[in-house]
Structure formats: C-alpha cells, structure tokens
Design a protein around this ligand. Structure first.
Ligand code: NAI
Ligand code: MG
Length: 358
C-alpha cells in the first residue's frame, strides 16, 4: 500500500522522537512491502520563529493532502510570554479544527516488566486497560462568545454542541467498545448542564444500535474519583472536550509514565493526526534521552486507525513490549537490572525487532 504521511516535529523533544517514528515506519514498509512517503512541515514555536505564526497556511495545506499526520509536540519557555495568537498551542488547536479531527482516542494500559512508577497503589492500578474517547472540536474550547466584557470586569465562555456533533463522537465510542470489551461509560454533568442532558439523550437513543455494548452514565466529578480509586471498572469512556481533556490527563498517571502514552485524533473519513500525549519536555530537549515509545505507539495507532494495517500496528506494539522485556529503557522508566539507553538506541532495538519478524 502507498501512503503519504506529513511529519510535524514541532518543538523540543518533538524534533527528536519524530525521527523514531520515521525509522519505525521505514522498517514496517520494508517488511510488509508498503510505500510511505514523507513531507516535513513546521508547527508551534518552530513555525512562529520561521513564519511568524504557529500554523502556517503551507502546513495546513500539506496536512490536508496527507493520508495521515504525525506530530511530535509543541511549546517551550521561549514562547511562554507571547500574546495568545502567537502561542505554540494555537497551532495545535488550529490544525485539529482545520482537519476536523473530532475524535481524540487515548488508550491507557500498563506494560509488563516496567517497575511500578504510578503514584497510585499498585493493587489499584494493576490490570487497568481503558480507552478515553474525547470530543475534540466542539464544546467550551470553541464556543462563542468567549470574551471579556464590561472593561474586563466580567467574562463569558460558551459550551455549545449540535446533536450531530454529539452523535458522531458517541458512535465512535460505541464502535470502540465493540472492538474492545463491550462496555461504554458516558461521562457528563447532566444534573447541571443543558449540553450534558442532550448528550445523555443521544447516548440513550443510540444504545439500541449497539446491542452488544453495555452502557452506563457517570457524572464527571464521580468519574474523576473512580478513575483513580477503581480504574479497572472502565473499558471505553466517551465524553465532551473539556471533561475529556481533564480525565485523560488524570488517567495518564495510572501507567505512571508520560513517555509511554500515544494518542489519535480522527476525522470521519479516517484521516488522522497522531501524537504522543506528552509535551515538548524542555528540561530534557536536545540531550538525546527522550523516550520515543509514546511517539512510536502513536505511529502504531496511525497504521491501525487510518491505514487499516492491523498486523503492522500490532507488530510495533509487540516490538515495544519485547524491547522492554529485554530490559532496555530510557531514563524516565525503571526496569530491574535493566539497561539504560537513549532515544536512538531504544528506537534501534524496536526497529531491529520489527526487522527480525516476518
Ligand atoms: P511535558 O510532557 O513536556 O513534560 C513533563 C515531564 O515529563 C518533564 O519532566 C519531561 O521531561 C517528562 N517527559 C515528557 N515526555 C517525555 C519523554 N518522551 N521521555 C522522557 N521524559 C518525558 O509537559 P510540560 O513540562 O508541562 O510542558 C512542556 C511544554 O510542552 C510546554 O510548553 C507545554 O505547553 C507543552 N505541551 C505540549 C503538548 C503537546 O504538544 N501536545 C502537551 C503538553 C504540553
Ligand atoms: Mg491536556
């Protein structure tokens, strides 16, 4: 299969881990006779420096032509005091909106062999394996008006959703649950918010289309508590933008390592943007020690969700587990009697495993 991939390295360790993704994809192409072509563009701080905007038109155009996009991370102290239209994360919000990436999927699952790194008790988090499906292009982050009023003395943000927007993300949630353990938890605040009442109505209406999925509704405050007291009760969580943003960051502590968590952001036709959950990690940028696994697992999600390459995605995930089993790890992880390696070496072990199969 021939696929065109746009690479957006962004800033900090984004520039380092994106190379790992490319190496892994080249190995997959070789093993499975695929052809991946690449095109690299700027976003975030790097784009501000070069073009005076966090999201140049040339980047949007290239992404629009791509079969999928891989993004490293954006941001850093250099741009922290910029006015809001010149902030790196504007680039990220902009590209999500431009590509209509309405569904953000974050699988959260522990890896064997890693020493317990979560601040939570091992007996609580052990065996947790969940997927958060977050609505990404609506709700509070995009609703208008959003402005200061009365000379700055009052302020308004708007939480708006259309039925259609809710339906497509809820469908995603149900479909994801069908492919997993068949349970969907819809998270809302239906005791207070009108938007949540419509959300809950839609979930109730859709239930009959997915008879193989069991459903429950949990209020967001209770969900926040259950995620860290009883995470194994969850399979798929579907929720609106702001709730999903908060819950997915909270859930990331279950595995205890940001460097291991991938994410996918999808459009209805299957085009997607894939990126690690972590940021640009300015504290370790340029040192060659960043963990490339979150980026590499994001690449596996791309193969699976955008290219329907299930076996190829699975091989990457097996390669990661196998390299951890062999004791190799970057500085953010701990393995008993393990071997500490940098970004390039960790990537090479994963690539070597891929090439040794088939
Ligand atoms: P961060 O995720 O960049 O770093 C948090 C901590 O985790 C740091 O100590 C870092 O060294 C470590 N870490 C993260 N990824 C790692 C990896 N792959 N390997 C080893 N260690 C890793 O979050 P932080 O420090 O809050 O933000 C730094 C910058 O990144 C900020 O400018 C922020 O706005 C931006 N950011 C960007 C995101 C994105 O592009 N999607 C997401 C989160 C933050
Ligand atoms: Mg966040």
């Amino acid at each position: 299969m021939k696929k065109h991939v746009v690479l957006l390295p962004g800033d900090g360790i984004g520039k380092e881990v994106i190379n790992s993704a490319k190496d892994v994809l080249n190995a997959i192409a070789e093993e499975f006779n695929h052809e991946f072509s690449f095109e690299t563009h700027e976003i975030g701080g790097a784009a501000i420096d070069q073009y005076g905007t966090p999201l140049p038109e040339s980047t949007v155009e290239a992404c629009g032509r791509a079969d999928a996009v891989l993004l490293g991370a954006v941001g850093g102290p250099k741009w922290d005091n910029n006015p809001s239209h010149l902030r790196p994360e504007r680039g990220l919000l902009g590209i999500r909106k431009a590509l209509d990436l309405y569904a953000n999927l974050r699988p959260i699952k522990g890896f064997k062999n890693l020493l317990h790194a979560s601040p939570l008790k091992e007996e609580v988090v052990k065996g947790s394996d969940l997927l958060i499906v977050r609505e990404l292009t609506g709700g509070l982050y995009f609703g208008t008006p959003s402005e200061r009023r009365d000379n700055g003395q009052s302020v308004v943000d708007t939480l708006a959703y259309s039925r259609k927007e809710i339906e497509r993300i809820v469908d995603r949630g149900f479909q994801a649950a069908q492919q997993r353990r068949g349970h969907l938890t819809s998270v809302d605040k239906a005791n207070v918010l009108e938007s949540s009442k419509l959300w809950r109505e839609v979930v109730e209406e859709k239930k009959s289309q997915y008879p193989d999925v069991s459903v429950d509704h949990v209020l967001v405050d209770a969900a926040a508590m259950k995620l860290i007291t009883n995470p194994t009760q969850f399979d798929v969580i579907v929720t609106e933008n702001l709730f999903g943003d908060i819950l997915s960051d909270e859930a990331s502590v279950l595995t205890g390592s940001l460097g291991m968590l991938p994410s996918a952001s999808l459009r209805e036709d299957g085009v997607g943007l894939y990126e690690p959950v972590h940021g640009s990690a300015p504290d370790i940028a340029g040192k060659g020690i960043a963990n490339p696994v979150a980026m590499i697992l994001s690449t596996a999600l791309m193969l699976r969700y955008s290219f329907q390459m299930e076996n190829e995605g699975k091989l990457i995930e097996d390669a990661v587990q196998s390299v951890l089993d062999a004791g190799f790890h970057t500085a953010d992880l701990q393995i008993e009697n393990g071997s500490l390696v940098g970004t390039a070496e960790m990537t090479k072990h994963i690539v070597d495993f891929i090439k040794s199969q088939n």
